[in-house]
Design a protein around this ligand. Sequence first.
Ligand SMILES: Nc1nc2c(ncn2[C@@H]2O[C@H](COP(=O)(O)OP(=O)(O)OP(=O)(O)O)[C@@H](O)[C@H]2O)c(=O)[nH]1
Ligand SMILES: [Mg+2]
Length: 199
Amino acid sequence: MELVFVGRSNVGKSSVIRQLTGKRVRIGKRPGVTRRPYRYRCGELDVVDMPGFGFMAGVSRERQEQIKTGIVRYLERNRKRIIFALQVIDVRAFSEIVERWERRGQVPVDVEMFQFLRELELRPIVVANKIDLIYPEERDGVLDDVCEKLGLSAPWRQWLDIISQTSAKTGEGISKLRGLVRQRLRELGQERLLRYLRR
Ligand SMILES: Nc1nc2c(ncn2[C@@H]2O[C@H](COP(=O)(O)OP(=O)(O)OP(=O)(O)O)[C@@H](O)[C@H]2O)c(=O)[nH]1
Ligand SMILES: [Mg+2]
């Protein structure tokens, strides 16, 4: 059984996995570091780090599409093994990117991915990462905005079982996220896997 991490490139997927599992995960300064699904074995639980989707400097549009298709295929093919998904976003960049797409009349990739995960009943947890880059007094507003863009109504605090703010850099929010992951595993009848996660 596995947990799958998806998200735009460079949002901190690998960093969050490193925080949660304590595994030596490859992290990079440049986007596009994770090129294929990486599987980290934690006993009977696998944590899968997917390549980042969306725009990346120096990566062709064609290749970007291939990456996205690859992720969608992976999720469909492995649906039965996947307990649930975690979609990581960069809270600081998220709203601006989504608005840019909406202005062009297109569905933003993040929103599309979130809907797709829900359709597959992968019950995605949104990991609002890089929260350290937002002033504390602005965080509620930013998270309300994230929720609305994802089609969840504000205030964001009514979705504490779906969205979690983290900083993989400072470690802030990581233990809350871990609590959420554990709770979700319990709800889905996977409590035997709890012992493979770091406390
Ligand atoms: N300020 C800040 N930087 C972070 C945080 N999390 C990750 N980073 C930085 O963001 C960059 C990308 O992190 P990765 O974990 O490699 O991101 P990724 O989503 O796995 O990227 P790809 O594999 O390219 O899709 C690195 O420079 C990290 O150090 C965070 O919470 N706050
Ligand atoms: Mg990565």
